[in-house]
Design a protein around this ligand. Structure first.
Ligand SMILES: C[S@@+](CC[C@H](N)C(=O)[O-])C[C@H]1O[C@@H](n2cnc3c(N)ncnc32)[C@H](O)[C@@H]1O
Length: 223
């Protein structure tokens, strides 16, 4: 019998990705934590930032795990693969993708279990659904509303029934732009896209890290 992990994952590869995006440059110039973590934190601060969020993530998804039936996890917008590798170390089977070629090359070089592909939130395709689809600190960097909605809907389509989509954003009532590369969207906007697709908002867990107001929005597929 063919194991689904034997099937090559090249279906969502973007044939013509942009060169040297903001994220390519940031992933090339910043270290493995600052490039995907918080750019204004020092190394120790980012280690704490990643550690706290990994702990929260494992609390959120760990109860679905089993040593004989690992979870199939997708890390969408994985950056250099910090969370993807950590979840693979915990026994989960992880696919991961990012729009930045630089990030994917570095994630592949670090190896550690996950399978990496270069793709965008709205272009990734998979022949199977996932138990958990994770998208950490990506969606609020997608400034175009149509692209944001298409990416979110695509991620929702990849979650199996009773599985979870975990995305991160602030828990706000009105859009909150920050600088020129972040817009925090209202929780109601996420619900408006996801509820018609059968995903119910089941939890918001704030990062609880210093002044950061972002947290994990958990959506559970009910049908
Ligand atoms: C702040 S980093 C977070 C990386 C990773 N999730 C982490 O927490 O370490 C944002 C990432 O989103 C990726 N990204 C931005 N827009 C994207 C899109 N439309 N599709 C896929 N990845 C995207 C960037 O290339 C970058 O690696």
């Amino acid at each position: 019998m063919t194991d689904r992990t034997d099937i090559p994952l090249d279906l969502g590869t973007d044939p013509d990705p942009p060169e040297d995006t903001y994220w390519d440059i940031r992933h090339r110039e910043q270290d493995d934590l600052a490039s995907g973590g918080h750019i204004s934190l020092d190394r120790a601060g980012n280690e704490l930032f990643y550690g706290l969020r990994l702990g929260a993530l494992l609390t959120l998804i760990g109860d679905l795990n089993s040593t004989i039936a690992p979870l199939f996890v997708l890390d969408a917008g994985c950056g250099k693969g910090h969370f993807a590798r950590a979840l693979a170390r915990c026994g989960h089977r992880v696919d991961a993708f990012d729009a930045s070629r630089e990030a994917i090359e570095r994630a592949r070089a670090a190896a550690g279990g996950p399978r990496y592909t270069e793709a965008r939130l709205d272009t990734w395709r998979s022949p199977w659904p996932y138990d958990v689809v994770l998208c950490v600190d990506v969606l609020f960097h997608v400034l175009d509303d149509a692209e944001w909605a298409a990416g979110l809907r695509n991620l929702a389509s990849l979650v199996r029934v009773t599985g979870r989509l975990i995305v991160t954003d602030e828990d706000v009532r009105v859009p909150r732009p920050r600088g020129d590369y972040i817009v925090h969207r209202p929780t109601a906007a996420y619900r408006a896209e996801l509820e018609p697709l059968g995903l119910r908002h089941t939890e918001f867990r704030p990062y609880g890290f210093r002044e950061n107001e972002v947290g994990f929005h958990v959506f559970t597929r009910t049908r």
